[in-house]
Ligand binder design. Structure first.
Ligand SMILES: NC(=O)c1ccc[n+]([C@@H]2O[C@H](COP(=O)([O-])OP(=O)(O)OC[C@H]3O[C@@H](n4cnc5c(N)ncnc54)[C@H](O)[C@@H]3O)[C@@H](O)[C@H]2O)c1
Length: 336
Protein backbone atom coordinates (compact mmCIF):
# COMPACT_ATOMS: atom_id res chain seq x y z
CA UNK A 1 0.00 0.00 0.00
CA UNK A 2 1.41 3.38 -1.02
CA UNK A 3 0.58 6.76 0.51
CA UNK A 4 1.18 10.08 -1.26
CA UNK A 5 4.82 11.18 -0.78
CA UNK A 6 3.95 14.65 0.51
CA UNK A 7 1.71 13.15 3.22
CA UNK A 8 4.31 10.56 4.21
CA UNK A 9 6.82 13.21 5.26
CA UNK A 10 4.24 15.04 7.34
CA UNK A 11 2.96 11.82 8.93
CA UNK A 12 6.48 10.61 9.73
CA UNK A 13 7.00 13.72 11.86
CA UNK A 14 3.83 12.83 13.80
CA UNK A 15 4.41 9.11 14.27
CA UNK A 16 8.17 8.46 14.40
CA UNK A 17 8.98 7.01 17.84
CA UNK A 18 5.35 7.39 19.01
CA UNK A 19 3.51 4.52 20.75
CA UNK A 20 0.10 3.65 19.31
CA UNK A 21 -2.39 0.82 19.74
CA UNK A 22 -4.42 -0.75 16.92
CA UNK A 23 -7.40 -2.88 17.94
CA UNK A 24 -8.27 -5.34 15.19
CA UNK A 25 -4.76 -4.84 13.79
CA UNK A 26 -4.58 -8.34 12.32
CA UNK A 27 -7.64 -7.71 10.14
CA UNK A 28 -7.96 -6.39 6.61
CA UNK A 29 -7.83 -2.61 7.18
CA UNK A 30 -5.99 -2.94 10.50
CA UNK A 31 -3.07 -4.86 8.98
CA UNK A 32 -2.58 -2.19 6.30
CA UNK A 33 -2.73 0.49 8.99
CA UNK A 34 -0.10 -1.39 11.02
CA UNK A 35 2.13 -1.61 7.91
CA UNK A 36 1.81 2.13 7.35
CA UNK A 37 2.45 2.98 11.02
CA UNK A 38 5.47 0.70 11.01
CA UNK A 39 6.94 2.39 7.95
CA UNK A 40 6.30 5.78 9.60
CA UNK A 41 8.43 4.73 12.60
CA UNK A 42 5.70 4.18 15.23
CA UNK A 43 5.80 1.61 18.07
CA UNK A 44 2.66 -0.47 17.66
CA UNK A 45 0.67 -2.58 20.09
CA UNK A 46 -2.00 -4.70 18.41
CA UNK A 47 -4.88 -6.38 20.20
CA UNK A 48 -6.86 -8.86 18.16
CA UNK A 49 -8.66 -12.09 19.04
CA UNK A 50 -8.05 -13.38 15.48
CA UNK A 51 -11.75 -14.26 15.19
CA UNK A 52 -11.77 -12.99 11.60
CA UNK A 53 -8.08 -12.91 10.75
CA UNK A 54 -4.87 -14.85 11.11
CA UNK A 55 -1.40 -14.23 12.50
CA UNK A 56 0.25 -14.70 9.10
CA UNK A 57 0.85 -11.11 8.08
CA UNK A 58 1.60 -9.78 11.56
CA UNK A 59 4.03 -12.63 12.30
CA UNK A 60 6.09 -11.66 9.27
CA UNK A 61 6.09 -8.02 10.33
CA UNK A 62 6.96 -8.85 13.96
CA UNK A 63 9.86 -11.00 12.72
CA UNK A 64 11.18 -7.94 10.85
CA UNK A 65 10.50 -5.39 13.60
CA UNK A 66 10.42 -7.28 16.95
CA UNK A 67 11.20 -4.14 18.97
CA UNK A 68 8.42 -2.06 17.49
CA UNK A 69 5.41 -4.37 17.12
CA UNK A 70 3.72 -6.54 19.69
CA UNK A 71 0.52 -8.53 19.56
CA UNK A 72 -1.85 -9.21 22.41
CA UNK A 73 -3.90 -12.18 21.24
CA UNK A 74 -7.10 -11.42 23.13
CA UNK A 75 -10.54 -9.92 22.88
CA UNK A 76 -11.17 -6.24 23.52
CA UNK A 77 -13.78 -7.56 25.97
CA UNK A 78 -10.94 -8.89 28.16
CA UNK A 79 -10.26 -5.88 30.42
CA UNK A 80 -6.82 -6.99 31.64
CA UNK A 81 -5.51 -7.77 28.17
CA UNK A 82 -6.95 -4.52 26.83
CA UNK A 83 -5.37 -2.47 29.64
CA UNK A 84 -2.01 -4.05 28.83
CA UNK A 85 -2.44 -3.38 25.11
CA UNK A 86 -3.25 0.34 25.45
CA UNK A 87 -0.69 1.11 28.18
CA UNK A 88 1.68 3.82 26.99
CA UNK A 89 -0.20 4.46 23.73
CA UNK A 90 -0.71 8.07 22.69
CA UNK A 91 -3.23 7.21 20.00
CA UNK A 92 -5.62 4.24 19.90
CA UNK A 93 -6.98 3.25 16.49
CA UNK A 94 -10.09 1.22 17.27
CA UNK A 95 -10.83 -1.10 14.36
CA UNK A 96 -11.59 -4.35 16.20
CA UNK A 97 -15.18 -5.30 15.42
CA UNK A 98 -17.43 -7.89 13.83
CA UNK A 99 -17.83 -6.22 10.47
CA UNK A 100 -20.49 -8.01 8.44
CA UNK A 101 -24.08 -6.85 7.96
CA UNK A 102 -25.51 -10.33 7.17
CA UNK A 103 -23.57 -11.88 10.10
CA UNK A 104 -25.09 -9.25 12.39
CA UNK A 105 -28.61 -10.09 11.23
CA UNK A 106 -27.93 -13.68 12.36
CA UNK A 107 -25.98 -12.86 15.55
CA UNK A 108 -27.24 -9.46 16.81
CA UNK A 109 -26.28 -9.91 20.47
CA UNK A 110 -22.73 -11.01 19.70
CA UNK A 111 -22.21 -8.10 17.31
CA UNK A 112 -23.61 -5.64 19.82
CA UNK A 113 -21.32 -6.96 22.51
CA UNK A 114 -18.11 -6.65 20.43
CA UNK A 115 -18.92 -3.47 18.51
CA UNK A 116 -20.84 -1.38 21.05
CA UNK A 117 -19.77 -2.72 24.47
CA UNK A 118 -16.29 -3.35 23.03
CA UNK A 119 -16.01 0.33 22.10
CA UNK A 120 -17.03 1.32 25.62
CA UNK A 121 -14.28 -0.93 26.99
CA UNK A 122 -11.70 0.54 24.60
CA UNK A 123 -12.70 4.09 25.56
CA UNK A 124 -12.57 3.33 29.27
CA UNK A 125 -9.19 1.61 29.01
CA UNK A 126 -7.91 4.57 26.95
CA UNK A 127 -9.19 7.09 29.48
CA UNK A 128 -7.56 5.23 32.37
CA UNK A 129 -4.27 4.91 30.46
CA UNK A 130 -4.17 8.63 29.61
CA UNK A 131 -4.36 8.11 25.84
CA UNK A 132 -4.30 11.39 23.85
CA UNK A 133 -6.81 10.39 21.14
CA UNK A 134 -9.05 7.51 20.11
CA UNK A 135 -9.91 7.14 16.41
CA UNK A 136 -12.88 4.86 15.64
CA UNK A 137 -13.48 2.93 12.43
CA UNK A 138 -17.15 3.89 12.13
CA UNK A 139 -19.37 2.97 9.21
CA UNK A 140 -21.40 4.55 6.41
CA UNK A 141 -24.05 1.93 7.23
CA UNK A 142 -25.13 4.38 9.97
CA UNK A 143 -27.02 6.35 7.27
CA UNK A 144 -29.14 3.29 6.43
CA UNK A 145 -32.13 4.15 4.30
CA UNK A 146 -31.58 7.92 4.31
CA UNK A 147 -32.72 8.60 0.72
CA UNK A 148 -30.71 11.78 0.10
CA UNK A 149 -27.35 11.61 -1.67
CA UNK A 150 -24.60 12.37 -0.98
CA UNK A 151 -24.63 11.40 2.68
CA UNK A 152 -23.67 14.30 4.91
CA UNK A 153 -22.66 13.86 8.54
CA UNK A 154 -25.46 16.15 9.77
CA UNK A 155 -28.12 13.67 8.55
CA UNK A 156 -29.82 11.57 11.18
CA UNK A 157 -28.60 7.98 11.44
CA UNK A 158 -31.17 5.39 10.32
CA UNK A 159 -29.49 2.01 10.85
CA UNK A 160 -31.02 -0.93 8.96
CA UNK A 161 -29.06 -3.77 10.56
CA UNK A 162 -27.74 -4.74 14.01
CA UNK A 163 -24.25 -4.03 12.63
CA UNK A 164 -25.18 -0.46 11.65
CA UNK A 165 -26.90 0.15 15.00
CA UNK A 166 -23.84 -1.10 16.90
CA UNK A 167 -21.49 1.17 14.92
CA UNK A 168 -23.77 4.18 15.45
CA UNK A 169 -23.88 3.41 19.19
CA UNK A 170 -20.07 3.27 19.16
CA UNK A 171 -19.97 6.80 17.66
CA UNK A 172 -22.25 8.04 20.44
CA UNK A 173 -19.92 6.51 23.03
CA UNK A 174 -17.01 8.29 21.35
CA UNK A 175 -18.88 11.60 21.65
CA UNK A 176 -19.86 11.06 25.27
CA UNK A 177 -16.28 10.18 26.29
CA UNK A 178 -15.13 13.46 24.75
CA UNK A 179 -17.85 15.41 26.57
CA UNK A 180 -17.78 13.57 29.92
CA UNK A 181 -14.03 12.93 30.27
CA UNK A 182 -12.34 15.33 27.83
CA UNK A 183 -10.81 12.39 25.93
CA UNK A 184 -10.13 13.47 22.34
CA UNK A 185 -12.14 11.20 20.04
CA UNK A 186 -13.00 11.14 16.35
CA UNK A 187 -15.13 8.68 14.36
CA UNK A 188 -14.46 8.01 10.68
CA UNK A 189 -17.39 6.64 8.72
CA UNK A 190 -15.65 4.43 6.17
CA UNK A 191 -17.55 3.85 2.92
CA UNK A 192 -17.04 0.31 1.44
CA UNK A 193 -13.34 -0.20 1.89
CA UNK A 194 -11.63 -2.67 -0.45
CA UNK A 195 -8.10 -3.84 -1.17
CA UNK A 196 -5.65 -6.72 -0.97
CA UNK A 197 -6.03 -9.07 2.06
CA UNK A 198 -9.80 -8.57 2.31
CA UNK A 199 -11.26 -12.02 2.95
CA UNK A 200 -12.96 -13.81 0.08
CA UNK A 201 -13.14 -17.21 1.76
CA UNK A 202 -16.21 -16.60 3.88
CA UNK A 203 -19.97 -16.65 3.45
CA UNK A 204 -19.85 -13.04 4.63
CA UNK A 205 -17.25 -11.85 2.11
CA UNK A 206 -17.56 -8.22 0.99
CA UNK A 207 -18.47 -7.42 -2.59
CA UNK A 208 -15.03 -6.80 -4.15
CA UNK A 209 -13.24 -9.94 -2.89
CA UNK A 210 -16.26 -12.08 -3.68
CA UNK A 211 -16.48 -10.71 -7.27
CA UNK A 212 -12.71 -11.02 -7.80
CA UNK A 213 -12.62 -14.56 -6.47
CA UNK A 214 -15.53 -15.66 -8.65
CA UNK A 215 -14.35 -13.94 -11.84
CA UNK A 216 -10.69 -14.97 -11.53
CA UNK A 217 -11.82 -18.58 -11.60
CA UNK A 218 -14.28 -18.00 -14.47
CA UNK A 219 -17.38 -18.24 -12.22
CA UNK A 220 -20.31 -15.81 -12.32
CA UNK A 221 -20.22 -13.18 -9.52
CA UNK A 222 -23.34 -13.23 -7.35
CA UNK A 223 -25.26 -9.96 -6.96
CA UNK A 224 -28.00 -9.74 -4.33
CA UNK A 225 -30.79 -7.56 -5.73
CA UNK A 226 -30.98 -5.95 -9.19
CA UNK A 227 -27.37 -4.75 -9.24
CA UNK A 228 -28.38 -1.11 -9.68
CA UNK A 229 -27.61 -0.36 -6.03
CA UNK A 230 -24.60 1.94 -5.77
CA UNK A 231 -21.56 2.15 -3.51
CA UNK A 232 -18.79 4.66 -2.84
CA UNK A 233 -15.83 2.27 -3.09
CA UNK A 234 -12.86 3.43 -1.01
CA UNK A 235 -9.43 1.89 -1.46
CA UNK A 236 -7.78 0.69 1.72
CA UNK A 237 -4.91 3.12 1.12
CA UNK A 238 -7.35 6.06 1.16
CA UNK A 239 -9.05 4.76 4.32
CA UNK A 240 -5.65 4.36 6.02
CA UNK A 241 -4.55 7.83 4.93
CA UNK A 242 -7.64 9.42 6.52
CA UNK A 243 -7.14 7.33 9.67
CA UNK A 244 -3.48 8.36 10.02
CA UNK A 245 -4.38 12.00 9.44
CA UNK A 246 -7.09 11.79 12.13
CA UNK A 247 -4.64 10.33 14.66
CA UNK A 248 -1.98 12.95 13.87
CA UNK A 249 -4.16 16.05 13.58
CA UNK A 250 -3.59 18.92 16.01
CA UNK A 251 -7.31 19.77 15.81
CA UNK A 252 -8.91 19.34 19.25
CA UNK A 253 -11.33 16.62 18.16
CA UNK A 254 -14.17 16.03 20.61
CA UNK A 255 -16.42 13.33 19.18
CA UNK A 256 -16.62 14.57 15.58
CA UNK A 257 -17.95 12.17 12.95
CA UNK A 258 -16.47 12.31 9.44
CA UNK A 259 -17.18 10.52 6.18
CA UNK A 260 -14.25 8.76 4.55
CA UNK A 261 -15.03 7.86 0.96
CA UNK A 262 -14.24 9.14 -2.51
CA UNK A 263 -17.31 11.23 -3.41
CA UNK A 264 -17.98 8.92 -6.42
CA UNK A 265 -20.25 5.93 -6.71
CA UNK A 266 -20.52 2.88 -8.88
CA UNK A 267 -23.36 0.37 -9.35
CA UNK A 268 -22.69 -3.26 -8.51
CA UNK A 269 -23.31 -4.18 -12.16
CA UNK A 270 -20.63 -1.66 -13.26
CA UNK A 271 -18.30 -2.91 -10.55
CA UNK A 272 -18.71 -6.52 -11.69
CA UNK A 273 -18.07 -5.48 -15.30
CA UNK A 274 -14.87 -3.54 -14.40
CA UNK A 275 -13.55 -6.50 -12.39
CA UNK A 276 -14.47 -8.90 -15.22
CA UNK A 277 -12.34 -6.80 -17.61
CA UNK A 278 -9.41 -6.72 -15.18
CA UNK A 279 -9.62 -10.51 -14.84
CA UNK A 280 -9.82 -10.96 -18.63
CA UNK A 281 -13.33 -12.46 -18.25
CA UNK A 282 -15.42 -9.85 -20.09
CA UNK A 283 -18.07 -12.33 -21.24
CA UNK A 284 -18.93 -13.56 -17.72
CA UNK A 285 -22.18 -11.98 -16.51
CA UNK A 286 -23.45 -11.72 -12.92
CA UNK A 287 -25.91 -14.13 -11.37
CA UNK A 288 -28.71 -12.28 -9.56
CA UNK A 289 -30.10 -13.50 -6.21
CA UNK A 290 -32.83 -11.94 -4.01
CA UNK A 291 -31.83 -8.76 -2.14
CA UNK A 292 -30.56 -9.31 1.42
CA UNK A 293 -32.04 -7.94 4.64
CA UNK A 294 -30.05 -5.00 6.02
CA UNK A 295 -28.41 -4.00 2.72
CA UNK A 296 -28.43 -0.31 1.89
CA UNK A 297 -29.69 0.82 -1.55
CA UNK A 298 -27.33 3.69 -2.39
CA UNK A 299 -24.22 5.05 -0.76
CA UNK A 300 -22.18 8.11 -1.64
CA UNK A 301 -20.04 10.18 0.70
CA UNK A 302 -19.85 13.93 0.95
CA UNK A 303 -16.20 14.25 1.96
CA UNK A 304 -16.10 18.03 2.47
CA UNK A 305 -15.66 17.72 6.23
CA UNK A 306 -12.70 15.31 6.02
CA UNK A 307 -11.20 17.55 3.32
CA UNK A 308 -11.44 20.62 5.52
CA UNK A 309 -10.58 19.10 8.93
CA UNK A 310 -8.01 16.49 7.88
CA UNK A 311 -6.79 17.73 4.48
CA UNK A 312 -7.88 14.26 3.32
CA UNK A 313 -7.94 13.75 -0.44
CA UNK A 314 -8.65 10.39 -2.11
CA UNK A 315 -5.65 9.61 -4.31
CA UNK A 316 -6.31 6.25 -5.97
CA UNK A 317 -8.77 5.56 -8.78
CA UNK A 318 -11.25 2.71 -8.49
CA UNK A 319 -9.57 0.91 -11.41
CA UNK A 320 -6.09 1.16 -9.81
CA UNK A 321 -7.40 -0.10 -6.50
CA UNK A 322 -9.27 -2.99 -8.13
CA UNK A 323 -6.23 -3.93 -10.22
CA UNK A 324 -4.25 -4.33 -6.97
CA UNK A 325 -6.90 -6.70 -5.59
CA UNK A 326 -6.92 -8.78 -8.79
CA UNK A 327 -3.10 -8.99 -8.76
CA UNK A 328 -3.11 -9.98 -5.07
CA UNK A 329 -5.78 -12.62 -5.62
CA UNK A 330 -3.77 -14.09 -8.50
CA UNK A 331 -0.64 -14.19 -6.29
CA UNK A 332 -2.63 -16.06 -3.61
CA UNK A 333 -3.83 -18.63 -6.11
CA UNK A 334 -0.27 -18.98 -7.48
CA UNK A 335 1.15 -19.38 -3.95
CA UNK A 336 -1.56 -21.78 -2.77
N1 LIG B 1 -14.29 -3.01 5.31
C1 LIG B 1 -15.20 -2.03 5.21
O1 LIG B 1 -15.71 -1.75 4.12
C2 LIG B 1 -15.60 -1.23 6.41
C3 LIG B 1 -16.55 -0.20 6.23
C4 LIG B 1 -16.94 0.54 7.34
C5 LIG B 1 -16.38 0.29 8.58
N2 LIG B 1 -15.48 -0.71 8.72
C6 LIG B 1 -14.92 -0.96 10.06
O2 LIG B 1 -13.51 -1.03 9.95
C7 LIG B 1 -13.00 -1.92 10.93
C8 LIG B 1 -12.09 -2.95 10.27
O3 LIG B 1 -12.84 -3.66 9.31
P1 LIG B 1 -12.19 -4.77 8.36
O4 LIG B 1 -12.94 -4.71 7.08
O5 LIG B 1 -10.74 -4.66 8.38
O6 LIG B 1 -12.67 -6.10 9.10
P2 LIG B 1 -11.83 -7.34 9.63
O7 LIG B 1 -12.81 -8.35 10.12
O8 LIG B 1 -10.84 -7.78 8.62
O9 LIG B 1 -11.04 -6.71 10.86
C9 LIG B 1 -11.56 -6.67 12.16
C10 LIG B 1 -10.56 -7.31 13.09
O10 LIG B 1 -11.11 -7.25 14.42
C11 LIG B 1 -10.84 -8.50 15.04
N3 LIG B 1 -11.82 -8.69 16.10
C12 LIG B 1 -13.12 -9.07 16.00
N4 LIG B 1 -13.65 -9.17 17.22
C13 LIG B 1 -12.69 -8.84 18.10
C14 LIG B 1 -12.63 -8.77 19.51
N5 LIG B 1 -13.69 -9.09 20.29
N6 LIG B 1 -11.48 -8.42 20.09
C15 LIG B 1 -10.38 -8.12 19.35
N7 LIG B 1 -10.37 -8.18 18.01
C16 LIG B 1 -11.52 -8.54 17.40
C17 LIG B 1 -10.93 -9.52 13.93
O11 LIG B 1 -10.24 -10.73 14.25
C18 LIG B 1 -10.28 -8.79 12.78
O12 LIG B 1 -8.89 -9.02 12.75
C19 LIG B 1 -14.21 -2.53 11.63
O13 LIG B 1 -14.43 -1.79 12.81
C20 LIG B 1 -15.35 -2.29 10.66
O14 LIG B 1 -16.60 -2.19 11.31
C21 LIG B 1 -15.07 -1.49 7.66
Amino acid sequence: MRLPAEQVEKLRRSYAGVAVCVTGGAGFIGSHLVDALCSLGAHISVIDDLSNSSMQHLSELIALEPQRIRLTHASILDDDALAEAVTGAQVVFHLGALGSVPFSVQHPARVWSVNATGTLRVLEASRVAGVRRVVLAASSSAYGDQPTLPKVESMQGRPLSPYAASKLAAEHLMLCYAKSYALSTVSLRYFNVFGPRQRADSAYAAVVPSFVRALSSGKRPVIYGDGQQTRDMTSVACACLATLLAGASTHAFAGEVMNVGTGRRVSLVQLASTIAKLCGKEGVTPQFEPARVGDVRDSLADISLARSLLAYEPFETLEDGLAQVVAWQQEQVGAG
